[in-house]
Design a protein around this ligand. Structure first.
Ligand SMILES: [Zn+2]
Length: 1040
């Protein structure tokens, strides 16, 4: 068989040019003489495996049945119509999930009538439909997409469908299955109360093998492949496997050991769990951990300035301290409501969103790793044993999610930490809410794949002009040995302009060989086995290539960009293994599939109705889904001063679980700050931890239900997120509802399990478990509200709303979220109706944070914010961990011209000043000071005109104000205490986050001052209310 474009016979292939050239003088230093024949033959044989899977043909994309023909969210495949279903910032991937304990084969897909138009709230408080512009019940929100992606992943080359039963409303597919449960009643029912959970139409969820892999294996005899306890680990400490012969230990007494006699020198906190366990704690045992301050009711019109001068801490769940001290760190896992309402009706009353915010793969200083042969899980719901289960006795434990009573396996009776037999409740798994397991082979569908890194570079004229290639290649050279991996690590490179260039790096070659494929209509891969090569074996060739690449295209006149075909080629190349694809693009793609047209209209006001937040083609989403199916994640680095349609391009990362990086106006000479930023961020990107072939599942106590996920991933089946890559800088959010009454329970738990292949080739499972109390009164729900988590979840929902409805609708919904919850508080909790705007202490910053969201780049109006910048801000909302999202939205402002050691903290002999956080208002500024704005990804140091001489000379190193350079992006290291303090503080802020915030020093008359002032959230702007005006508006609405 032959590829189109390649004659099967010998001779120069039409689609393939060998670029011959002598040395560097004439451009390409690469020769390609004798390789051609080998290339031909290898091409033919290798292509067979996935010939039928070529992207672009999509034979497997058969339209899912459209259950709601009214909806615009319709067919994915079929006629390939471009519709909002391929929304980039599209709806969160909504799903309906049965209660935890139910049989996985029971239905998750239901059909039902399209919801009626919402009634006014007052008419029906129980079902609570809300007016337009609300996130809350019964909104007129178009149903979000609900894709499920099932594929049998037995082999890499032939992802053919299994003969599993199909879902109702779906066609049995060859290849991938795309299942849409486009049923509006599903998507909206989270907003409704009391929807019965089993009113399905008889359809079934097809659980694929990945589903089973995270879910299962408990019946199988473990066949351990990862048992080696001597395996080196870079993070955390680990617990060894059982020592030989422990079974000879005499049976323990069933009464257990006296707890006080045991000593745990290096272990986690000892938990004096009673034999009855956590779930048996009575309500009266729940500690009243709320500080009296937390019980205050505040009139925000009188006490506006509620911003604490130190970083806002998440609320502590109102749990008994023995439980709380074992709880998951809120930086990893937190809930919008730390007291869970016991019914959906109560939740509806509070008008607050219920959801989780996760940072599951965060870099941790300490992470317990369990290497035991037995991973103990609930036989019914597959929950991992955790600190919040209860032990009925030595041999039985009760699941805290589904309440099944399970046996304690024999191996679990031995505690490797204490080397004592007979105390399963002291095992590390029961002592740590965050833990990692080494997974045995039953958690694998295939042997763990090697780490594979493919870099795809735009080398068009525009790209060369920016000079980015030099920076990126240099970064790669510097960090080549630091790429996470092992001796199996593979690497490869593709460049493209109007054609696609491959680089043979086969070991033994004297220099890399460039192969150009000019047929972009039907891209094929020349000599695939030499394009992704073992990094160790071909390191010198890789280094040669990285040194030559920046020079190779300096004279190019090629302005076209065939990004789509290049991505297809990269996908094909990576399909057998999966891995990480890093794509660098500098302009709108113009050639071949995926070509885009400029859509940004100059002077387009962002309130305009037809703002282009949705992708203009579904090409990138489809390709991302193909990538996801083959365990490939695509990270997009967009370096462009021109409109590049990030709304369309970004889909490639969103659905493949990649990340988007954006450097507007990158230029190697004109924009040194962006150069510095890219350099620092690449350093982090290239060297940070990475997980491959990952899936994540979130389980929760029976009665609670997950319905919408936010983040970059694909929902593979009901509640399983497909993450071809997982990185430590990605955050996720989840919306939830109360499906069944929780009146019989006092505690609920949430557990996330992330199964991944480490860069060392180990299969691992990272598990986080969060435990929260259930409450029965509205006041308790309000007291436990986590205002940052609420704001973060609302921001995610508002991005979806912007896309499915409009920006103004999303803005209305944000404002209504404040009005509705504070109205509910006023009418249902407060007994005497005082004048003013009364809020519970927990929500004292809610109006401020929502106002900040309205002024955030994603949602602001009245500016000429560039479309790509807005889209990027939306990407960030979806993909950032909560702490960074909040910093971007409501930055921290500090006065820094008079830093002192008072209240400073000491870290490694460094003294780090801790100036108080100021309100974001120009009232807080003064011309005789200097102020630092920490907005997450950027730091701005504004220096007032009359700033003291001391600061100018001792920190900035200038003699007077006029000598401050117009562009200053670094502070000089001066030998003064003032300089040391300022630099220590800024360095410390930078160390708090994975990515490097650039610093701008801003003089009062600098054009950058406007950027600084735009973060003054509390001040009135041309198009937005001041904080006080906003409070008055809220008060009027609440007191109506
Ligand atoms: Zn269970």
């Amino acid at each position: 068989m032959s590829q189109p474009g390649i004659p099967a016979s010998s001779g120069a292939p039409t689609g393939l040019q060998a670029q011959n050239g002598a040395a560097s003088a004439s451009g390409s230093p690469y020769t390609n003489g004798p390789v051609q024949n080998a290339l031909m033959s290898s091409q033919v044989s290798v292509s067979q495996g996935y010939n039928s899977q070529l992207p672009g043909s999509y034979p497997h994309l058969i339209p899912a049945k459209t259950l709601n023909p009214v909806s615009e969210q319709s067919n994915y495949g079929g006629s390939q119509s471009v519709s909002p279903l391929s929304n980039y910032q599209g709806p969160g991937q909504t799903l309906y999930r049965p209660p935890v304990a139910s049989n996985p084969m029971t239905s998750s897909i239901r059909s039902g009538p399209v919801p009626q138009m919402p009634l006014p709230t007052s008419q029906n408080p129980a079902a609570t439909p809300m007016p337009s512009g609300s996130f809350l019940p019964g909104t007129n929100l178009p149903p979000p997409l609900n894709w499920q992606y099932n594929y049998p992943s037995q082999t890499n080359h032939c992802p053919r469908a299994s003969s599993q039963p199909t879902m109702s409303g779906n066609t049995n597919l060859t290849g991938h299955q795309y299942v849409s449960s486009g049923d509006t009643s599903l998507q909206n029912n989270f907003m409704k109360s009391g929807v019965p959970s089993n009113t399905n139409n008889g359809s079934m969820v097809v659980h694929n093998s990945y589903d089973e892999i995270e879910g299962g294996g408990f019946l199988a005899t473990p066949q351990l492949t990862n048992k080696n306890p001597t395996m080196s680990r870079s993070v955390g400490y680990s617990y060894p496997s059982l020592p030989p012969g422990y079974q000879n230990t005499p049976p323990p007494s069933t009464t257990g050991m006296p707890l006080s006699s045991l000593n745990y020198p290096s272990g986690p906190q000892a938990f004096t769990q009673t034999p009855l366990g956590a779930n048996h704690l009575t309500a009266s045992m729940s500690g009243l951990s709320l500080h009296p301050e937390g019980l205050r009711v505040i009139n925000l019109l009188q006490e506006r300035n509620m911003l604490p001068s130190t970083p806002l801490k998440p609320p502590v769940p109102n749990l008994h301290e023995d439980i709380q001290k074992l709880n998951c760190n809120p930086e990893l896992f937190r809930c919008t409501l730390t007291s869970i309402p016991q019914t959906q009706a109560l939740l509806n009353k509070a008008k607050l969103p219920l959801g989780l915010l996760l940072h599951p793969f965060k870099d941790l200083v300490q992470l317990p790793v369990v290497t035991s042969s037995t991973i103990v899980r609930c036989r019914s719901c597959r929950t991992y044993i955790n600190p919040f289960v209860s032990f009925l006795d030595q041999r039985r434990w009760k699941c805290n999610l589904c309440y099944r009573v399970n046996d304690v396996p024999e191996e679990f009776m031995y505690n490797p930490l204490t080397r004592v037999y007979g105390e399963p409740h002291r095992r590390p798994e029961v002592q740590n809410a965050t833990i990692e397991f080494m997974a045995p082979s039953e958690y694998m569908l295939r042997p763990p794949q090697p780490p594979v890194y493919l870099f795809v570079f735009d080398v068009s004229h525009n790209a060369v002009e920016t000079g980015y290639l030099n920076s990126v290649c240099q970064s790669l050279l510097d960090n080549l040995d630091l790429l996470p991996g092992n001796t199996r690590t593979k690497i490869g490179f593709i460049t493209f302009d109007s054609t696609i260039h491959f680089y043979s790096l086969q070991e033994g070659l004297s220099q890399p060989q460039m192969l150009i494929v000019s047929d972009i209509e039907d891209v094929f891969i020349p000599m695939p086995e030499n394009l992704l090569v073992n990094l160790n074996e071909s390191k010198e060739l890789v280094q040669d290539l990285l040194k030559s690449l920046p020079q190779m295209f300096t004279k190019t006149l090629e302005t076209q960009s065939a990004l789509g075909p290049a991505l297809q080629a990269a996908f094909k190349l990576m399909s057998p293994t999966g891995g990480r694809m890093s794509v660098f693009q500098t302009q709108l793609p113009t050639l071949g599939v995926g070509a885009l047209k400029p859509r940004e209209e100059p002077n387009q006001r962002s309130s305009a109705k037809d703002i282009h937040l949705t992708p203009s083609t579904d090409f990138y989403k489809k390709l991302a889904l193909d990538c996801s199916g083959q365990q490939v994640a695509v990270d997009l680095f967009l370096l462009s001063g021109q409109y590049s349609d990030l709304a369309s391009l970004g889909c490639i990362s969103r659905y493949s679980a990649g990340s988007v990086y954006y450097y507007p106006s990158y230029h190697h000479q004109h924009n040194p700050v962006q150069v510095q930023k890219l350099h620092k961020e690449l350093q982090r990107y290239l060297t940070r931890k990475i997980g491959f072939e990952a899936v994540m599942r979130i389980r929760c106590t029976k009665g609670l239900s997950i319905h919408t996920f936010h983040g970059n991933f694909f929902v593979r089946s009901t509640d399983l997120l497909s993450l071809p890559n997982v990185n430590p800088d990605a955050g996720y959010a989840v919306q939830m509802s109360v499906e069944e009454s929780l009146t019989d329970t006092q505690l609920v738990s949430f557990q996330s399990a992330l199964l991944y292949t480490s860069s060392k080739g180990e299969r691992r499972i990272r598990v986080h478990t969060l435990c929260l109390p259930v409450v029965s009164t509205l006041n308790e729900v309000f007291l436990g509200a986590d205002v940052q988590a609420i704001s973060g979840l609302l921001a995610n929902m508002a991005v979806d709303r912007s896309v499915t409805a409009s920006l103004s609708d999303a803005r209305d919904a944000l404002v209504n979220a404040v009005i509705d919850s504070l109205s509910a508080y006023r009418s249902s909790v407060l007994s005497n109706q005082q004048p003013g705007l009364m809020v519970p202490f927990s929500l004292r910053l809610f109006p401020l944070f929502v106002l900040a969201l309205l002024k955030q780049k994603s949602f602001q109006t009245g500016t000429n914010a560039r479309l790509d910048e807005r889209i990027f801000a939306m990407c960030q909302v979806k993909n950032q961990p909560l702490v960074y999202l909040m910093l971007t939205t409501h930055p921290s402002l500090y006065r820094v011209d008079s830093l002192s050691d008072e209240g400073a903290i000491n870290i490694n002999d460094r003294t780090i000043p801790q100036p108080p956080i100021l309100q974001l208002s120009v009232e807080k500024l003064s011309r005789d000071g200097a102020f630092l704005m920490d907005a997450g990804s950027v730091l701005m140091l504004w220096v007032g005109k009359n700033c003291g001489q001391n600061f100018l000379s001792q920190v900035l190193g200038v003699q007077n104000y006029a000598l401050i350079p117009q562009t200053m992006t670094d502070l000089p290291e001066l030998d003064t205490p003032e300089s040391a303090r300022t630099i220590a503080f800024i360095s410390w802020l930078r160390e708090q986050r994975p990515f490097y915030p650039v610093l701008y020093v801003i003089r009062d008359e600098s054009p950058m001052k406007a950027n600084f002032l735009q973060y003054m959230v509390e001040d009135r702007t041309e198009s937005a209310l001041s904080y006080y005006e906003f409070l008055l508006h809220i008060q009027q609405q609440v007191n109506k």
